[in-house]
Design a protein around this ligand. Structure first.
Ligand code: ACO
Length: 378
């Protein structure tokens, strides 16, 4: 071995490496998840999504007055700069919605009303703007792709109601708002997952929040991370009839293919979000399509667990829950972003406070001492 090389141990995939401290969320491998100290089981179905976003930013739950103010601030920040709206309308209809979201969040950075003010107070305001504007980009893109106008946010609707209203073009009905609150809470944060880590790496260079979130969106897009939900729905639709589930899934497993929406880097037990997502899906099983998807999911869960001893992750039942809300599959990951943005911006702020450059090393396994040959002799 050449003298330049020093012995290093590579932790492949950074598995189990704690890269920084966080107070935002704790992922317990044995199957529980905490948001700023609260077990998610105590939050889901009992708080609004905006309360969770507030919790991440201020590290405590708001009282009613604080929640009302926070929620109405979010609604008033939902509007996008005109140029960003025009840019969304001009995107090619065949590019993936995540490509547009990634570009337009970056684009928002050009129109930040506070420009080069990177004070803590400006970053907190920026964080709230991003929490408010990401869902608007998603809704605007969806409406634009369907040649439909985007309604303006309404002052008498909560933030989540407005998101649904702007996406669907009509006021939310019945159980829809409650489902979206629960879905958004369950997607809001999850320790040092890949996209959050990407956001923190970018923030650790003291780069701006838009750059950090753009990094995160690009990372979430991948099918091993947030892009898995769309693949889950492709699989469920591809299976066809319920009676084909066994043959289809066993065929994939026999070919050593991964089943999308299964497995997790951290959990050794069932993902604590699954029971809530399964519950959402079961609550809307009176719809024929949801019932059929749900039946397929239950069968797949059984087969995969029997063969591989692994459990569904967030994306498995979330795909069916989003489908039940009328969200098309290529918008699943943008919906995921519309919620995870609250986690990302809170992590970015926490990373600024930590003020350390995230920069690992590598183990060089290439050659040394190669003789240089001038180009004319190669
Ligand atoms: N289907 C079949 N087998 C699987 C799956 C799966 N989905 N996931 C893991 N395994 C198996 C692997 O084949 C491997 O088995 P082996 O030890 O016999 O070779 C073992 O379980 C460990 O799997 P790894 O891929 O090494 O685990 P890792 O921690 O690196 O990956 C990951 C975690 C990427 C989530 C993986 O489980 C996967 O690819 N799942 C499918 C994609 C997916 O659903 N991603 C969403 C994750 S949740 C989220 O990001 C919101």
């Amino acid at each position: 071995m050449a003298e330049e090389q020093t012995e290093r141990e590579v932790v492949r995939g950074l598995k189990d490496v704690a890269a920084a401290e966080t107070k935002i969320s704790y992922v317990n491998p044995m199957g529980s998840l905490y948001y700023v100290g609260y077990n998610i089981d105590d939050l889901v179905g009992r708080v609004y999504y905006a309360e969770v976003a507030y919790l991440f930013l201020y590290k405590r739950l708001p009282n009613q007055k604080e929640l009302d103010k926070f929620s109405s601030d979010l609604v008033s920040e939902m509007r996008l700069p005109k140029t960003v709206v025009e840019s969304i309308h001009s995107t090619p209809k065949n590019c993936h919605p995540m490509d547009v979201l990634r570009t337009e969040v970056s684009h928002l950075g050009e129109f930040d009303p506070e420009g080069h003010d990177f004070s803590d107070a400006a970053n907190m305001r920026r964080a709230k703007r991003l929490i408010a504007q990401v869902p608007t980009i998603v809704a605007t893109l969806y409406r634009s792709r369907n040649d439909l106008p985007v309604p303006k946010p309404r002052g008498d609707f909560t933030f989540v109601e407005n998101f649904l209203y702007m996406f669907k073009g009509s006021p939310p009905e019945g159980e829809e708002t409650g489902i979206l609150h629960r879905l958004m809470i369950l997607h809001a944060d999850h320790g040092f997952n890949a996209s959050t880590f990407a956001a923190r790496v970018t923030a650790s260079t003291n780069s701006d929040m838009y750059s950090a979130v753009t990094s995160a969106i690009g990372t979430l897009k991948g099918p091993l991370h947030g892009g898995a939900g769309e693949k889950v729905m492709e699989m469920l639709d591809g299976i066809g009839l319920e009676e084909h589930v066994e043959e289809y899934i066993k065929g994939l497993l026999d070919d050593n293919k991964k089943i999308m929406g299964f497995g997790h880097r951290v959990y050794r037990a069932e993902d604590p979000r699954t029971k809530h997502l399964r519950g959402i899906v079961e609550s809307v099983c009176h719809r024929e399509r949801t019932m059929s998807l749900c039946n397929k999911c239950i069968k797949i869960e059984q087969i995969v667990h029997d063969r591989k001893k692994i459990y569904p992750n967030l994306d498995f039942y979330a795909a069916v829950a989003m489908d039940s809300l009328g969200v098309p599959k290529d918008f699943f990951t943008p919906f995921f972003c519309s919620s995870r943005i609250s986690g990302w911006v809170s992590h970015v702020i926490e990373q600024y406070e930590d003020a350390v450059l995230l920069r690992p090393s590598s183990k060089y396994v290439g050659e040394f001492g190669r003789p240089f040959i001038p180009i004319e002799e190669r």
